[in-house]
Design a binder for this molecule. Sequence first.
Ligand code: C2E
Ligand code: MG
Ligand code: MG
Ligand code: MG
Length: 295
Amino acid sequence: AAKEEGKDRGLLYEPAMELEQVRLQAMRERIAQALQQSRLQLLFQPIVYIDGLPGLHGVAGMEALLRLDDTHELIEPAKFMHVLDDPQLARPIGRYVLDEALRCCQSWMRSGISIPVSINISTRHLLHPAFFTDIDAVLDNYPDVMDVGFGVEVTETGPSMDHARAKIVIEECRRRGIRVGLDDFGTGSASLSHIQKLDIEHIKLDQSFVRDILSDERNMAIAAGVITTARMLAKTVIAEGVETAEQGDLLASLGCHQLQGFSISRPMPAEAVPGWVAGWVPPASWGSLVNERQS
Ligand code: C2E
Ligand code: MG
Ligand code: MG
Ligand code: MG
């Protein structure tokens, strides 16, 4: 009967849907509380060069990844994706991430390691009228970080990146020397021609193409096409989700610039970063694969 009534009101009533709403709201409240109690946390995952570009020991940068610090475990964003774009919480979360990431980068500098840091920005925060108030506040607090390198990753999902404001926001970032990258490339609506119009420095080839790159010819074709075209447009390509050495070797031979994934390192606490960077040695195979491609 409830279903029938629902239909009359133009929506389908499902108890499961209501339960899902309750669950989403509960998670929203947990995150709001975690913000208050400083129980959000960042882990950092390295991005490394394939073709021996200058970067410190071959490390291009560290990407900050958010976690909810629960008493027994660190909870990953998959459980709270909806909260990252929440109208009330997107900005406070974004400000926490900005401040914490730059604070960590500055502390790595103090320990003698200059390594660029990048963060993920929710579209909600990116398009918020106070976004540059927040950006400029952290740049003032951590001025040295700009000498090392600071990048933001935005996602192409939804119509928002077609938004006229997105272009302005990217230009404003670039004017401040902030690098802008497009995350999860290939899963949304952005095309390479779209990217050419935006002042984006790098694109991140989505994990879904990398995962099956060795077994699925279509994913391999997409990866190869994206890498070739991006290179011609003078954009840097970072492959994410590289889980095996074989995937890394194949991406290297296709001309990908940088790699990120569990085969290089899992995300780590900030304190572990200087030691990891100092110890990183790129696999010898990458050098020969890159040379093969170039000759
Ligand atoms: P993303 O920015 O595309 O980040 C890559 C995700 O893939 C991360 O998941 C990372 O831990 C995971 N990953 C890295 N290497 C591998 C691999 O080899 N295999 C597999 N299977 N996974 C790998 P994580 O940390 O759970 O983050 C998920 C997403 O949540 C991120 O995707 C990003 O969209 C979002 N996110 C993370 N931190 C933040 C943040 O501070 N702010 C905002 N707005 N979004 C964030
Ligand atoms: Mg990212
Ligand atoms: Mg991604
Ligand atoms: Mg993602």
